[in-house]
Design a protein around this ligand. Sequence first.
Ligand SMILES: Cc1cc2nc3c(=O)[nH]c(=O)nc-3n(C[C@H](O)[C@H](O)[C@H](O)COP(=O)(O)O)c2cc1C
Length: 227
Amino acid sequence: MHTLIVVAHPDKNSFTHAVAAEINKAITTSADHSVEMADLVAEHFDPRYELADHTLFTRRTPVPADVIAEQQRIDRAEALVLVYPVYWWSFPGILKGWIDRVFTNGWAYDDNAQGKVVKKLGRLKVHLVAIGGADLRTYARHGYFGAMKTQIDHGIFDYVGANVVTSELLLVPEAGFPASQLAVAQRIGNNIATAKQSPAEDDACQTPPEPAPVSAIAYHEKHDFPS
Ligand SMILES: Cc1cc2nc3c(=O)[nH]c(=O)nc-3n(C[C@H](O)[C@H](O)[C@H](O)COP(=O)(O)O)c2cc1C
């Protein structure tokens, strides 16, 4: 099984990179698993959605070469892991731009002639790992993690039919690399390494999705954390 880990942070010494490395290490302890790391900042991925992207959206021009390269990386993978810091209660801009440009009409989904959306990434298992600097009480009081899940898990990945297996928020309100949070990263990697190989596409639509693990934040949001 092959996994693509996408990391969106400019500093290789950041906690975000440490989490991505921990997930990579846990996956690759299993001999039949391979990982490709996509470090969007180091690779200078261009997140600007420009005219060539828009004329592709309206199906007037071909897919730009840098977008094809990213789509091929995803095509090679059965699991996609996104590891990113929370910026303004959402993705960093570079990762949002990666989604805007790479998840194209025609590849990630198809707006067909009947006005229906055909979801095209049903084979993909997605693991979302957000890293935030605020504390749990702030997230719970404002429902920020729920808002992120609506936008990202549902708004993006459900739209293209991908199965969000993991959606975690790791909080690091203090400086440092908390061992408990790195243990969560290790668990995510282990889960990917021990997940069953995807069934054939015909069977895939009959297989019920694996339930996403409930994170501490989701628990507190459900249980009306006091403000
Ligand atoms: C531009 C910017 C916006 C941020 N916005 C948020 C935010 O909305 N919520 C939050 O919890 N942390 C926010 N943070 C804090 C980062 O999420 C935090 O620094 C990071 O996750 C810590 O891990 P790192 O060592 O990987 O940077 C923000 C940081 C920056 C630089």
